[in-house]
Design a protein around this ligand. Sequence first.
Ligand code: FES
Ligand code: FES
Length: 209
Amino acid sequence: MAKGSDGEGGVRRRDLFKSAGAAAAASAFLNPLRAFGQEAGGGTGTPSVGPGPVEIALDVNGGERKLAVEPRRTLLDALRGDMDLTGAKRVCDRGTCGACTVWMNGKPVYSCMVLAVEAEGSEITTVEGLGTPDNMHAVQAAFVAEDALQCGFCTPGFVMSCAWAVKEHGTELTDETLRESVCGNLCRCGTYTHVVAAALSAARAAEGE
Ligand code: FES
Ligand code: FES
């Protein structure tokens, strides 16, 4: 899974901060900076940005969003603070709980571990983009039907991980595959059994479509 610190396309925020200005960080920032022509001159080839805001554009839930963010701002904070999309939750803010899970280019990521500038040009799907209260995604409806939440704080993240598993595996989704797909999500209320039941129910519903 692309989610988290070391997955494909992921950059560990802690490491990124530690190596700011170093070649590794420069490489990680290369694409967004090039996209906006903000690479530093001087012939070093090392881009420099900030500390002021950088303009980025993202496709969020099917619509283009342009915003200016400081290079240190996470995708999670940009979604919640700048775009008023508060479905993804900030719980651990260090890539361990999964409450902030969104899809980036169709794959689940911990949005607290992705810098907003790193997501420039990407397609982002949040739980708000998956369905609405009047027109819920099959997984969202299954969470309600299977009583797969208690306090609900982990729920948006679980829904995004489960919906990805259903999207990827459809009717082939098994109990074991589902458990692997949500292994990066934690629930302090212990709803795991109901979460698994909901996801498998949604996968079975897809079979009848
Ligand atoms: S808030 Fe991102 S993984 Fe916990
Ligand atoms: S429902 Fe409370 S943390 Fe999961």
